[in-house]
Write a protein that binds this ligand. Structure first.
Ligand SMILES: Nc1ncnc2c1ncn2[C@@H]1O[C@H](COP(=O)(O)OP(=O)(O)OP(=O)(O)O)[C@@H](O)[C@H]1O
Length: 338
C-alpha cells in the first residue's frame, strides 16, 4: 500500500521584514511517494523546508497549493482520519514537564479512543521496549534528554499508528543517547513493520536509518534514492596517494588522472582524485605504479559521503548551507488547520 502520495505541495508564508511584507516559499512543489514499511529520511540544511513538509503531511498546516494523501486519506478534506492513522513526534516533543510519565502516555492514548486497560498494557510494553522501565511514575522534569526523547516517542506510538513522523528525533542528544535512539527507531520497523518518515540534518543519521533519503534544499526535492545509489551516482571514491619520492609526483598524477574524468589534485607529495568504483580500479593502479617504479608511502580510499552528494547536487556543502544566516522574519499568517 502507498502510505504517502503528495503532488505539487507548496507552502508560502507571509512574513514581515522590517516594514515590508515578504513571501517565503518554504516548500516549493514537492512530489513524494512513500510505500508501506519504508523508512525515509528527509535530509537538508536548516530552513530547507523539512519541518514544513512534515507539518503539511500531518495536517498541522494547510498546503498553499498541491494535494497529498496520507494512509489513504486526503490531508485537507479527511484530516481527522489522517490524524487517527499517524504518530507525530515534533521537534519540541510533546510531554509536559510535570505530569507523571505513565499517566500522560495513557491519557494521550485515551484521546485516540483507546480504553484505559488497552493503553496501560500498550504503555507498559512501550516503556519496556524503549528502555524506560522504572520511569512510569516519574515526571519528565527529572529525566535525561535521551529518556525524554524516548518518552516523546512512546507518546507518538501509544495508539499503534502504522505511519510515524519523527521531526529531528536526536537533535540535542549526546552521541551515546543518539546511537541508542537509532536502535529503537530501527527496532520499530522490525517489530511493527511501521512506515517511518524522519527529518534530520545529520548525515550519519540519515545514512544509518533510512532505506531512502530525500534530499531537500530551498523547498525542493533535489534527489531521492537509497544512500548507496545517491553516493554511487554523483561522485566517485576519493583515492589519496602519498608518493615517497617527490620526483615521481607528476608521473603518479598522470597515471591516476588516466582513470578519471575528474580533476586530480596535487599537494606536496600527495596526489588525490575521485575515481568511479575504486575497489575495482585500485589494484590495477597499484600494479601500474609498481611497474613504473613509483613507491607509495600511503594510500587511502574513501567512499563518498552524503555531504559529497549534497555538494554535487547543490554546489554547497551541507555544513556551509547550515552556517548561512537566516533572514530575520516575523510570521504574519500561516494557513493552520488546527
Ligand atoms: N510560521 C512561519 N512563518 C514564516 N516563515 C516560516 C514559518 N515556518 C517556517 N518558516 C520559514 O520557512 C523555511 C523552511 O522552514 P522549515 O522549518 O520547514 O525548515 P527545516 O528544513 O525544517 O529546518 P530546521 O532543520 O531548522 O527545522 C525557513 O525559511 C523558515 O524560516
Amino acid at each position: 500500500m502507498r502510505m504517502i502520495e503528495a503532488r505539487g505541495l507548496v507552502q508560502v508564508f507571509q512574513t514581515k521584514q522590517g516594514r515590508q511584507k515578504v513571501e517565503v516559499r518554504a516548500v516549493d512543489g514537492v512530489d513524494l511517494d512513500i510505500e508501506e514499511g519504508e523508512v525515509v529520511g528527509f535530509l537538508g540544511p536548516n530552513g530547507a523546508g523539512k519541518t514544513t513538509t512534515l507539518r503539511m503531511l500531518t495536517t498541522l498546516l494547510k498546503p498553499t497549493a498541491g494535494t497529498a494523501t496520507v494512509a489513504g486519506y486526503d490531508v485537507v478534506t479527511q484530516s481527522e482520519d489522517v490524524r487517527r492513522s499517524i504518530g507525530y513526534v515534533s521537534q519540541a516533543g510533546g510531554v509536559s514537564t510535570f505530569a507523571r510519565a505513565g499517566e500522560e502516555v495513557m491519557d494521550h492514548g485515551m484521546l485516540y479512543g483507546r480504553t484505559k486497560a488497552e493503553v496501560e498494557k500498550r504503555g507498559k510494553e512501550l516503556f519496556e521496549q524503549l528502555q524506560l522501565d522504572g520511569l512510569w511514575e516519574r515526571t519528565a522534569k527529572t529525566m535525561s534528554g535521551g529518556q525524554k526523547r524516548r518518552l516523546d516517542i512512546a507518546m507518538g506510538l501509544i495508539h499503534d499508528p502504522s505511519l510515524i513522523f519523527l521531526d529531528e528525533p536526536t537533535t540535542g542528544l549526546d552521541p551515546q543517547a543518539r546511537a541508542n535512539l537509532w536502535e529503537h527507531i530501527a527496532d520499530l520497523r522490525k517489530r511493527h513493520g511501521a512506515t517511518i518518515c524522519l527529518t534530520t540534518h545529520y548525515l550519519d543519521e540519515a545514512d544509518a536509518l533510512s532505506d531512502r533519503i530525500v534530499i531537500i534544499d530551498r523547498g525542493r526535492i533535489v534527489a531521492s534514492d537509497t544512500p548507496d545509489h545517491l553516493k554511487a551516482a554523483v561522485s566517485g571514491d576519493l583515492v589519496d596517494l602519498e608518493i615517497a619520492d617527490a620526483a615521481h609526483v607528476a608521473d603518479a598524477a598522470g597515471r591516476l588522472g588516466a582513470l578519471t574524468e575528474a580533476d586530480v589534485v596535487v599537494d606536496g607529495n600527495r596526489v588525490s582524485g575521485r575515481i568511479p568504483k575504486a575497489g575495482r580500479a585500485v589494484p590495477g593502479l597499484l600494479r601500474d605504479l609498481d611497474h613504473a617504479g613509483i613507491v607509495l608511502d600511503a594510500i587511502e580510499v574513501h567512499r563518498p559521503t552524503l555531504d559529497d552528494v549534497f555538494l554535487t547536487l547543490t554546489g554547497r556543502s551541507l555544513r556551509d548551507a547550515e552556517a548561512a544566516p537566516e533572514t530575520d522574519v516575523e510570521p504574519v499568517a500561516e494557513g493552520s488547520l488546527a
